[in-house]
Every structure is written in structure tokens, then in C-alpha cells.
Design a protein around this ligand. Structure first.
Ligand code: COA
Ligand code: AMP
Length: 630
């Protein structure tokens, strides 16, 4: 079937389309229909089915004769090690871990926080939860203790599974003190923790609370897969919103299985047995969907890569991994390619490896600039496909469906709407705008299976954040346009979210931290353009009157405060003291105008500006930091 017919079918007959796709999943009890709309505008999929994610990701492949196929390859240049685990080994290890968790009281519906680096045990922990119907929430290792504490309080986990340490190039991330600090800070206390001891740093366990990953599995019976209802939450993944309180995106079990299974052949063009590599981190949605779940559900081999695009040891690492493990489809973020391009612009490392196995490259997580795509295409001689999605969607909203019908690539566009996504561009009043006209990108409800049905413990926030702005639509938070051929162009966020190295961060969250500094009276954080990371956060600080301390020292303290409270991943290194912030007459800070000045872009003087004389002061402060560049 051609792409256009397929998409049309998915929109006009969602039940027919998705029930057909659901046949690729093993059900304990098949659903009677796909879409449950009795509670609209809240929708659910496959609600009356019974199913288990771990069964579909592991056990069924062993039963079907794939037991000896490698399921997971750990390639870790930071520890100079490589390891392979077959589907049979994964099933047995996960069943054993699940058995031990069950023996300590973890049951269907309990929450389990996972705080682990890029090791196969992170996937095992996720799948062990799925086996029991426990709801995991993975927290990215680059977050500080306070961010972990916020998630502990919201998810109220019965158990936390962590590793003793993570490894960033040149430094050990001491997970255990971060975990202890977070538990100390949090008002909720987990019943117990499981610690995977890495040989690079063995952590001291807290008696009576912490159990050793291996030891606590001793003598415990393995767990079978627990069937769960189709709408049972598979996991909660926290993502940045406009405030410091992250949003707990809920992933529904059955829709997740059906949608991810569909994507592997139809978008990523891989068949069972093919090697698929997403060079992301299990702490992000890309890692959930395309390092852990989708490749395993579809019977592929997935790679858990513990390294960086450059420096581990060089800008040829990606090509080595692709060549050595025979990767067919490779998924990374544009930032990673920009980093490689900066170190190896002529692609000298590319020539050192046989990349004939590689058929397609996929980019997501941030806007893919045409230069980067062209560079990658020239070097790798394969299609480089931009695709657009969000933590909320869990799988691509717009992509080039390479396994259905490769469509012409238009640079700057993540291509066309995927099944079930009815993409519209709306003006401020919620009216559809014509082709090539900029507006808010919204998706007509219902969203397809696998997308968020709500936010964890926060249905009101879900409605307010996504449904209330344009009734009948899901507001994506992205602005852009659709051209006459249906190609989508994502241009900017409409909220206070910025994208730093493919990582989604809240400027509002950073402002909350800065405002807690005793000398700071008022502040604003903006995202400024950066050649490598796409955007970088920059903070303006107005100090309390009468403060006599050195401005530079206060700015440095603020940088440290954000690193300590949010974590290194915030990449907050630029802060400057100013006397005043530009505002509208109603008191709204003109962040977009400040960002335009920092980026050296032309901007229109906002008609509502209170005091235009502040803008030159802002420009001067930015010049002091070296902005605009060039
Ligand atoms: N645990 C602890 N700290 C981490 C971490 C983790 N898992 N991941 C990143 N950090 C730290 C980094 O060490 C860095 O610390 P520093 O300020 O002391 O240098 C900080 O967080 C910022 O990290 P990052 O923005 O990633 O920058 P970097 O300089 O370390 O690396 C790139 C630059 C381009 C190599 C890197 O950003 C990259 O690989 N980007 C691709 C991103 C990606 O795949 N995103 C997934 C979205 S799909
Ligand atoms: P996250 O939830 O972390 O995956 O971030 C989602 C956000 O990243 C989206 O809302 C977009 O703003 C941005 N994004 C992701 N993929 C793309 C893309 N291909 N092009 C442009 N922006 C993207």
C-alpha cells in the first residue's frame, strides 16, 4: 500500500487500521476493538485487551526460535568492553530479576524508579518491571539529586534500581551518593533499593535498605509474565514543561506495543534479525522506544552504546560501531553529527570502515539543519532521514516511511504525518491556516495508540497543557508549517522549553533555581543559538537593591546552583547581571526579543514594550559574553 492510502486509512478507519496492526502482537486476551472514545477528549486504545510487554519483547522470540539471536549488544568505549546477550539470556536474566523484585513485594501497578547508565542491566530493569506489570520511571543520569527527588515524590516508587556509577569521559558519576541525597531530600521513601555494582566504582550499601543486584536474586524463583490491561501504564517518563515540576508522561501498554511494532518495518525498514542502533540514552524517550522496546518487540538486535560521538576515543566511533556490529538503521541526534563534523569535517574516519551494512540514518530530538544532513549524506552515501516526535508521542509524528514507500527528502522537513496523526497548523484563534503559513502545530484528536493518555497524577495539567488551547486538538508546543505536499516543517517551540544537544530543558525550571539565589531579585533564562548544541541556556540576573557583592561571583554561583540542582545536562554556563529586564507594559518579560538580540537577528520592537531603553543595556551585557557570535 502507498503511503498516502495508508495514512488516509488510519485517519478514516482507526479501528480497522490499528486492529490490523495489533495482529503482530501476542495477546493474552485480544482486544474487542482498538479505539475507546467514551471518555473523549481522553481516548484509550485496546483497553479491554490483556497483554504483557516483556513477553512480546523477549519470551515470544525465544519460543519462535530466536533464542540464540543476539538481542542486546553492549558496546562501551568508556570501559573498553563489549558484551552480547541473546534473547534467551535476556529472558532468563529478566525473569530472575523480576522474581527477586516480586519476592521483595513489587507487584503490578507499583512504581519503580530506574537510575542507571548505558548498560544492558538498565534494559533488564525496565523489562523486569514490564514482566510484573510494575510501572517504571527511568531518570537520566545527568540530572542532579534534586531532580531525582522531585521524581521520587511524584512517582512514589516502592523500589529504586540504580547502578553504583556512570562513566562520563574522564570522570566517574557517583550515582550512589546522588541516590542517597535524593532519598534524603524526598518526602517519599522507597521500601528498598537495588544496586548494580559496577567494577569501576563499588558503592557502600545502606543496611536494611539497599540490596545487591546479584545477591538479592539468589535462590528466588523466576517470575512469569503478568498479563495487564491494554490501558495499564507501562511507564512514566518525566519531561520538561514550562515550570520546574516535570510532566510525568504516561505510556499505555498495548498502544505502545502495537505502535512501536509498526514503526520498525514501516519507518526504520528493519526486519527481524537486523541490527538497529539508536545512539541515545535510556533516560530519554528515544532510549525507551528505540534502544529498549521497539527493536526487541520487533525481534531486532539493539545496541546499548556507552560513549560519545567524539572523544571515546575519536570521531570515528559511530562508524566503528556501525561497521563492527553490522548496523542496518542508525538513529542519532543532529548535535552528535555536528560534533563529529566539527572534528572530522572531511570524513577521514568514515573511509576507515566498511559501512556497506548501513542502509539509512535517522535524526530526531531537535531541528536537523540542512548543512548537517547534507554533510552526513555526502559522507555516508545513504538517505539521512529527519523525523519529528516528542516524549508525549513516544514514536514519530512525522517521518519518511522508508519501509512503506521512501518519499523524496526535502531538506529542513521531517517529512509527512505518520498513521493516526492528523496534523494541522492553527492560528492563535485555533483556525486552520493555509499551506506554507506559520502557526501552532496541533494534532486532531484522537492521537494514535502509544501516545500519552494523560499525565501521571495530573489529569488537569494534561488538559491544560495539551487539550484546552485548541478544543478537539492536541497542542504539540511546536510551531511551524505544512507545505502543499503535506511535508511538515518544525521551526520553534511555543513555550518555555529549549532544546540543548537534543535534550529538552525548561527555562522556567532554571529560572526557579536562579530565583532561589539570595542575591537574585528577578531573572530570565533564554535559549540562544549554538553551532554545536542547537541551543544553549543563558540567564539574566537582576540583583536585590543594596547588593554590593561582585557581579561576576554571583553569576558563577548561579551557574553552580543550576548544575547542583538540575544537573550538568542543563549545560547552564552563561549568566550575566543586568540592571533591568525588558518587559511589556503588563509586566511580561520579553524573552524572545532578548533571544533575537543574542542571536544577532533582526527583530521588531514590541509595540507593548514598557521601556525600549533597556534593550541597548541587554545588548551590551550580551556583548560582554561574546554574543552575538561572529
Ligand atoms: N550522566 C552524567 N552526566 C552527563 C550525562 C550522563 N548520562 N550525559 C551528559 N552529562 C554531562 C556531560 O558530561 C556534560 O558535563 P560537563 O558540563 O561537565 O561537560 C553535561 O552533562 C552536558 O552534556 P552534553 O550537553 O551532552 O554535552 P557534552 O559536552 O558532554 O557532549 C555532545 C557534547 C555533542 C558530544 C553530546 O551532547 C552528544 O552526544 N549529543 C547527542 C545528544 C543525544 O544523543 N541526545 C539524545 C536525544 S534523542
Ligand atoms: P523530547 O520530548 O525530548 O523528545 O523533545 C521533543 C521536542 O524536540 C519537540 O517538541 C521539538 O521541539 C523537538 N524536536 C524533536 N524532533 C525534532 C525534529 N526532527 N525537528 C525539529 N524539532 C524536533
Amino acid at each position: 500500500m502507498r503511503y498516502a492510502d495508508l495514512h488516509q486509512w488510519s485517519i478514516s478507519d482507526p479501528n480497522g487500521f490499528w486492529m490490523e496492526q495489533a495482529q503482530k502482537i501476542d495477546w493474552v486476551r485480544p482486544p474487542s476493538k482498538a479505539l475507546f472514545d467514551d471518555n473523549a477528549p481522553l481516548y484509550e486504545w485496546f483497553k479491554d485487551g490483556l497483554v504483557n510487554t516483556c513477553w512480546n519483547a523477549l519470551d515470544r522470540h525465544v519460543d519462535a526460535g530466536r533464542g540464540e539471536q543476539v538481542a542486546v549488544i553492549h558496546d562501551s568505549p568508556v570501559t573498553h568492553s563489549k558484551r552480547e546477550l541473546t534473547y534467551r539470556e535476556m529472558r532468563d536474566r529478566v525473569a530472575s530479576l523480576a522474581g527477586a523484585l516480586r519476592a521483595k513485594g513489587v507487584q503490578k501497578g507499583d512504581r519503580v524508579i530506574i537510575y542507571m547508565p548505558m548498560i544492558p542491566e538498565a534494559l533488564e530493569a525496565m523489562l523486569a518491571c514490564a514482566r510484573l506489570g510494575a510501572i517504571h520511571s527511568v531518570v537520566f543520569g545527568g540530572f542532579a539529586a534534586n531532580e531525582l527527588a522531585v521524581r521520587i515524590n511524584d512517582a512514589q516508587p516502592k523500589c529504586i534500581i540504580a547502578a553504583s556509577c556512570g562513566l562520563e569521559p574522564g570522570r566517574v558519576i557517583h550515582y550512589k551518593p546522588l541516590l542517597d541525597g535524593a532519598i534524603e531530600l524526598a518526602s517519599h521513601t522507597p521500601d528498598f533499593c537495588v544496586i548494580f555494582q559496577r567494577e569501576q566504582e563499588v558503592a557502600k550499601l545502606t543496611d536494611g535498605r539497599d540490596y545487591d543486584w546479584h545477591a538479592f536474586q539468589y535462590g528466588v524463583a523466576s517470575a512469569e509474565c503478568v498479563p495487564v490491561e491494554g490501558d495499564h501504564p507501562a511507564y512514566v517518563l518525566y519531561t520538561s514543561g514550562t515550570t520546574g515540576q516535570p510532566k510525568g508522561v504516561v505510556r499505555p501498554t498495548a498502544g505502545h506495543l502495537v505502535a512501536l511494532q509498526w514503526t520498525m518495518k514501516n519507518i526504520y525498514d528493519v526486519d527481524p534479525g537486523d541490527v538497529f542502533w539508536a545512539a541515545s540514552d535510556v533516560g530519554w524517550v528515544v532510549g525507551h522506544s528505540y534502544i529498549c522496546y521497539a527493536p526487541l518487540i520487533a525481534g531486532n538486535t539493539t545496541i546499548v552504546f556507552e560513549g560519545k560521538p567524539i572523544g571515546t576515543p575519536d570521531a570515528g566511533t559511530f562508524w566503528r560501531v556501525i561497521s563492527e556490529h553490522k548496523v542496518k538503521s542508525f538513529f542519532t541526534a543532529p548535535t552528535a553529527f555536528r560534533a563529529v563534523k566539527r572534528e572530522d569535517p572531511k570524513g577521514e574516519f568514515v573511509g576507515k570502515y566498511d559501512l556497506s551494512c548501513l542502509k539509512t540514518v535517522y535524526l530526531a530530538g531537535e531541528r536537523a539543519d540542512p548543512d548537517t544532513i547534507e554533510w552526513a549524506q555526502d559522507q555516508l552515501k545513504v538517505p539521512v532521514i529527519d523525523h519529528w516526535w516528542q516524549t508525549e508521542s513516544g514514536w514519530p509524528i512525522a517521518a519518511n516511511p522508508m519501509g512503506v514507500e521512501p518519499l523524496p527528502v526535502k531538506l529542513g522537513s521531517p517529512a509527512v504525518a505518520m498513521p493516526g496523526y492528523d496534523i494541522h497548523v492553527l492560528d492563535e484563534g485555533g483556525n486552520p491556516v493555509g499551506a506554507n503559513t506559520l502557526g501552532a502545530i496541533a494534532i486532531k484528536l484522537p492521537l494514535p495508540p502509544g501516545t500519552l493518555p494523560t499525565l501521571w497524577n495530573a489529569e488537569d495539567r494534561f488538559r491544560k497543557s495539551y487539550l484546552d488551547q485548541f478544543p478537539g486538538y492536541y497542542a504539540t508546543g511546536d510551531a511551524g508549517y505544512v507545505d502543499a505536499d503535506g511535508y511538515v516543517y518544525i521551526m520553534a517551540r511555543t513555550d518555555d522549553v529549549i532544546n540543548v544537544a537534543g535534550h529538552r530543558l525548561s527555562t522556567g525550571g532554571m529560572e526557579e533555581v536562579l530565583a532561589s539565589h539570595p542575591d537574585v531579585a528577578e531573572c530570565a533564562v533564554i535559549g540562544i543559538a549554538d553551532d554545536l548544541k542547537g541551543q544553549l541556556p543563558l540567564g539574566f540576573l537582576c540583583l536585590n537593591s543594596g547588593t554590593t557583592r561582585d557581579n561576576a561571583a554571583i553569576a558563577q554561583e548561579c551557574v553552580k546552583l543550576v548544575r547542583d540542582r538540575i544537573g550538568p545536562v542543563a549545560a547552564f554556563k552563561l549568566a550575566v547581571v543586568v540592571d533591568r529586564l525588558p518587559k511589556t507594559r503588563s509586566g511580561k518579560i520579553l524573552r524572545a526579543t532578548m533571544a533575537s538580540i543574542a542571536d544577532g537577528k533582526d527583530y521588531k520592537m514590541p509595540a507593548t514594550i514598557d521601556d525600549p531603553a533597556i534593550l541597548p543595556e541587554i545588548a551590551k551585557a550580551l556583548q560582554g559574553l561574546g554574543y552575538p557570535k561572529g
